[in-house]
Write a protein that binds this ligand. Structure first.
Ligand code: GCU
Length: 609
């Protein structure tokens, strides 16, 4: 058993992000009080709650002097107060508001949420944080009338320290949630998914020791098959604490003093180390302690790399039998957020014979990668740099970077995650490629152990529509050459698929991040009738063998596992506000294309064993 204790004072995994949010990783392993449940809400399309009764903005310069954030009740019959959370309606948290109240189905604007809670710390010198799994899209957070901060970005976690603010009894937590779309937003104003607003994931009160483990990373040391690299970041006044790392099942442990930045780095080489893979998704307990803090997690170790046009998992060529997934429970037409939702969606992927999923087009809830770890399903995770982003806006780039940082900080210990994707279908321009390159550099600076990609563009010459050209300048910077192609659905009928030829500029693994066609589950007709199951199945039947001829083809994630809500899809009687490209219908019923894909993957699994 060899243990190298490396003391490296690199500023990494900073516990507090540039936005001022605290990073609290591995939150489900911590001492938490759930604030989930029924929250009182005020629907506020004119942002009245931002002003006091004199119509003065109460939040000028961060001092709160009025408005809904004060959660005030009239003290007697003479006082004028025109709101009252106690007697207001409620919404369930976690959950989007659109699926909970027909009046909010299309609503885009502000909703003020209020929860009351008590807070008894188990130890006097402990610290308290309010943690949000995600809020779509903008959150202004107030505790007992004091502003904690504003968070922008609808799919990543954030937390605020409330140690000195919280009372033992009767705390009032008020959150203004606004899901308006913005040209400078990430995503921007146009998406092909539903703009679900609300406190869409867990809200937790997290208690930590005075100095605690804010984040840690564990991964296989590059170039080895049996050495584990661990880095641990402490947050608090006593940073130079002794940090210990234990892998009980691997019978190895180590300890060392963290540096003045609270960072400690280890390398541990157990006598034997079973690597994680789809066939054998081996996870093992890790216990990290520092002073009074002890964190446990279950992690796996594997390597992922490319070599020429191959993808290598643990040094062995792998074919990615995938499917795209939106974060939606189709049976209930709502944002997915729970472990049960994750097991439902990934269970269908498993039934398809998938060893890979593309979690489109934004960071999904944390349960997805954790369940994928267990099931042996590799994951592509993505930030919502989608379509026509404001490429030259510095604040937009900062927003995209902070969402990417938060995603990596949250999921960096998930063996299942093998790809960080920085974009989807973004029109080629110099400004766009510069913007995306900055995100690639950011991802690699935080985590050089995974593949970087994005769904790029394909084009063809007007007089040769069947000859597809892949020469996107951004392809120079990614590990996978990934792109979406919809021959047979957009701009052609399925017969065109058989005529497709390719010119691919880069000598890299070729990954098809989307293809597909709409079909209303249960609608049967001939294979040329749009929206029939037969048409969709025919597109799959023709596309898969066509792709199989591409030199360096390493896999695909057809669009998409399940039908999903989209305001862009109104066709009455067929779409009715749903994108019908799922191989599973809105009712959970499988379409003909499900079997076509499942059979292809079964053959592929045998061929690539
Ligand atoms: C695009 C896009 C998806 C969209 C799909 C479609 O490729 O990436 O978000 O839903 O095509 O048109 O159905």
């Amino acid at each position: 058993m060899k243990i190298f204790l490396l003391l490296v004072g690199l500023a990494a995994n900073a516990a507090v992000t540039a936005r001022g949010d605290a990073v609290i990783a591995d939150v489900f392993a911590r001492q938490v009080t759930s604030l989930n449940g029924k929250w009182n809400v005020i629907i506020d399309p004119y942002d009245t709650g931002y002003f006091d009764y004199r119509r003065q903005p109460y939040d000028a310069g961060g001092k709160v002097t009025g408005g809904y954030a004060l959660d005030h009740q009239a003290k007697d019959k003479t006082e004028l107060v025109e709101y009252n959370f106690d007697t207001s309606p409620t919404l369930n948290v976690p959950g989007d508001w659109n699926s909970q109240d027909a009046k909010l189905f299309y609503y885009e604007g502000s909703v003020w949420y209020r929860q009351k809670f008590d807070a008894q710390k188990s130890t006097p010198d402990h610290r308290l944080f309010i943690y949000f799994g995600a809020v779509n899209y903008e959150a202004d957070v107030y505790l007992n009338g004091k502003k904690l901060g504003k968070h922008i970005g609808g799919f990543t976690p954030f937390a605020y320290e409330v140690t000195g603010l919280v009372k033992e009894k009767g705390n009032s937590l008020v959150v203004r949630v606004n899901n308006n779309r913005h040209a400078e937003g990430v995503p921007t104003v146009n998406t092909d998914w539903w703009n679900y607003g609300g406190l869409t994931r867990d809200v937790l009160l997290v208690e930590t020791p005075a100095t605690f483990i804010s984040n840690f990373s564990t991964r296989l040391k590059a170039g080895t098959t049996n050495t584990i690299a661990v880095s641990v970041q402490l947050d608090g006044d006593e940073k130079a604490q002794t940090v210990s790392v234990r892998f009980p099942m691997l019978k190895i442990a180590a300890e060392m003093k963290a540096d003045t930045n609270g960072l400690a780095r280890f390398e541990l080489t157990p006598a034997s180390l079973a690597l994680w893979s789809s066939e054998s998704p081996t996870l093992t307990e890790v216990e990290i302690s520092a002073g009074a803090d002890l964190l446990k997690d279950r992690v796996g170790f594997r390597s992922i790399a490319t070599s020429g046009t191959e993808v290598l998992l643990n040094g062995k060529k792998v074919f990615l039998r995938g499917i795209c997934i939106h974060e939606e429970n189709p049976l209930e037409g709502r944002r997915a957020w729970s472990e049960a939702d994750a097991r439902q969606l990934l269970g269908w992927a498993k039934e398809l014979g998938c060893n890979f999923v593309r979690l489109a087009h934004y960071p999904h809830n944390e349960h997805m990668a954790r369940v994928a770890d267990e099931l042996g399903i590799m994951c592509w995770e993505e930030i919502p740099v989608y379509w026509t982003i404001a490429w030259t806006n510095e604040a937009t780039l900062a927003n995209a970077k902070s969402q990417l940082d938060a995603l990596i900080a949250r999921d960096q210990n998930r063996a299942s995650v093998i790809v960080w994707s920085v974009a989807n279908e973004t029109p080629v321009s110099e400004a766009r490629t510069k913007f995306l390159k900055a995100l690639v550099d950011e991802a690699r600076s935080l985590d050089n152990s995974r593949l970087i990609s994005a769904a790029m563009e394909v084009h063809s010459e007007p007089n040769h529509p069947d000859h597809k050209i892949v020469d996107d300048a951004f392809g120079e910077f990614t590990d996978l050459l990934s792109f979406n192609q919809y021959t047979g659905w957009y701009g052609s009928t399925p017969d065109a698929i058989d005529r497709v030829t390719w010119s691919i500029k880069y000598h890299k693994p070729v990954f098809i991040s989307e293809f597909g066609a709409d079909a209303k589950q249960g609608f049967h007709a001939d294979a040329l009738t749009r929206f029939s199951e037969e048409y969709q199945a025919d597109v799959f039947r023709r596309t898969l063998p066509m792709l199989d001829k591409i030199p360096g083809w390493v896999g695909c994630t057809p669009w998409i596992l399940c039908d999903f809500r989209s305001p862009r899809r109104p066709l009455p009687g067929i779409q009715d506000g749903w994108n019908r490209k799922g191989v599973v219908g809105q009712n959970g019923e499988k379409k003909m294309a499900f079997e076509v894909l499942k059979n292809f993957y079964a053959d592929k699994a045998k061929e690539t064993k």
